[in-house]
Design a binder for this molecule. Structure first.
Ligand SMILES: [Fe+2]
Ligand SMILES: [Fe+2]
Length: 185
């Protein structure tokens, strides 16, 4: 890892500790897990704006901040105050082990050959649940954060029902889109 990569990771880590709620900050084992697995270093994709070091953290923070704005505007009522942070910051936790920096091409490449859990949103929940006791609302928001981008069209009924049950699900998908497509993080 070169100096520049290490700095970005360190900056993200420091900022995370500044903005994280106490319930997350005091979970030292979880924070070690995040650090060890490259949460503060990983990109968010292999193309477009998210293909840079630390972009997964920056995107996750962007979703968290969008959720805070929607909450302040009274679009979402959460079951617990830390939920915007937990949902926003960890909705894409599944990505921590799917990218590797290729020294030859000097770019991030997608490689899940070491992964034992497939998938996206459900994988984020699997990675998160040993560390944080999630509310049903947080589970629904993370599970359906991809909205109708969910590839299996047979699942759209479940997404529709989740939105009907709690509009926080719809706003989480909107926050994901807002951060990535409008703000470009
Ligand atoms: Fe995602
Ligand atoms: Fe996302």
């Amino acid at each position: 890892m070169n100096k520049e990569l290490r700095n970005i990771e360190e900056e993200n880590y420091k900022e995370f500790l500044e903005i994280a709620p106490e319930s997350v900050k005091c979970n030292k084992a979880f924070i070690s897990f995040l650090k060890e697995h490259g949460f503060f270093r990983a990109p968010a994709s292999t193309c477009h704006h998210g293909a840079t070091e630390g972009a997964l953290y920056q995107h996750s923070k962007g979703v968290y901040e969008a959720l805070v704005r929607f909450t302040d505007a009274d679009f979402i009522t959460w079951e617990k105050p830390d939920s915007p942070f937990i949902v926003g910051m960890f909705h894409d936790l599944c990505k921590i082990d799917t990218y590797h920096f290729d020294l030859e091409s000097e770019s991030w490449v997608w490689d899940d050959s070491d992964c034992i859990i497939p998938g996206h949103a459900e994988k984020s929940l699997i990675y998160l649940m040993p560390w944080i006791q999630l509310t049903g609302q947080e589970i629904a928001c993370i599970r359906w954060h991809m909205g109708a981008f969910e590839r299996d069209t047979k699942l759209w009924n479940y997404y529709g029902r989740a939105c009907e049950h709690d509009s926080a699900v719809l706003y989480t998908h909107t926050a994901d889109m807002y951060a990535s497509r409008v703000e470009g993080v």
